[in-house]
Ligand binder design. Structure first.
Ligand code: GLU
Length: 304
């Protein structure tokens, strides 16, 4: 398959839609509100190491909730099954920053991809050592180049992270978090503020598309069974309240973020990342989602 030609076609087809972008960039984090919505990028990396990219694929953006896949990976590596002692694996059916469910489920987050779950994962990582440094080191190894936090976005997250602070305190009250709330949130805010391009995300996600092996070095990042589980969670919980619609229309494990990125996995074939900052009503990238749909239509690649 000529992936470069396919990505070029997708970019050609979608770029005119940037003139009439529907949806809005995330505004509840002021640093994200300043990003121009008129950008679209798409990149992939095959299991064989072939790469293809189009549009704004080399522009770094805030990976936001996509970071939750990589922090979960670190926590599974460190804790194995014990990772799941205080974090569930069911879709939440409520907004990603909802407090309501946490109350009725006694401080146990539904899954590691809603904010409460990712904060609980960050707590596990804080217990293991320097969580942010570990995460950046993992991403750097996976991409083969250094990865950084956008300090302005991290500060903006901290300045406006009232709901996340509430979630963390709430979980601390239930005994879900072991560590100091401020320390855990500092990790969470910084991981969300990591900046990467579509090309870097597509490369970093390479271990998820086969058997958990590092895309460049071939060493294990996760076991094959752990990799399948992360993919299952991405499919069922990775795109906020639109996971059913994503499975229906796209049929790939995906993880999105409010920075407008969506990473997707075609098991045994390739890892893919699309980015366009304007979000639809479900909090997923408006044009990114269309890009993924086009990719699946043009290639016929889907897990179903
Ligand atoms: N930093 C964002 C928040 O905590 C991440 C949300 C997201 O991308 O889903 O609200």
């Amino acid at each position: 398959m000529d992936f470069q030609a396919i990505l070029d076609e997708i970019d050609d087809e979608l770029r005119p839609r940037l003139d009439a972008v529907e949806g809005k960039v995330a505004s509840y984090i002021p640093a994200l509100a300043r990003v121009s919505p008129r950008q679209f990028g798409i990149a992939l990396r095959t299991c064989a190491g072939e790469t293809a990219a189009a549009g704004d694929a080399a522009v770094p953006f805030s990976i936001q909730s996509m970071s939750k896949v990589f922090s979960l990976t670190l926590a599974i590596r460190a804790l194995g099954e014990a990772m799941w002692d205080r974090i569930g694996r069911e879709p939440s059916g409520s907004p990603f920053n909802s407090l309501v469910q946490l109350e009725s489920e006694r401080g146990i987050p539904r899954n590691p991809f809603i904010n409460a779950g990712a904060i609980a994962v960050a707590d596990r990582l804080v217990s293991q050592g320097d969580a942010l440094a570990e995460l950046l080191a993992l991403l750097g190894r996976l991409c083969g180049e250094p990865i950084h936090v956008d300090a302005e976005v991290a500060q903006s997250e901290a300045d406006t992270g009232f709901r996340n602070t509430a979630l963390a305190n709430f979980m601390k009250g239930f005994g879900t978090l072991d560590n100091d709330v401020a320390e855990v949130l500092d990790v969470y805010f910084h991981q969300c503020a990591i900046a990467m391009s579509c090309e870097q995300v597509a490369s970093a996600a390479g271990y998820l598309c086969r058997d958990g092996r590092h895309p460049l070095a071939g060493t294990p990042v996760l076991s094959a069974a752990q990799t399948r589980r992360v993919n299952a969670l991405m499919l069922t919980c990775g795109t906020y309240d639109a996971a059913g619609e994503f499975a229906f229309r796209i049929g790939l494990p995906c993880k999105s973020g409010v920075g407008g990125g969506i990473m997707a996995i075609v098991p045994d074939r390739l890892s893919l990342c699309v980015w366009s900052p304007a979000l639809d009503a479900t909090g997923n990238s408006w044009l990114g989602r269309q890009g993924l749909e086009l990719f699946v239509t043009k290639t016929g690649l889907s897990v179903f």
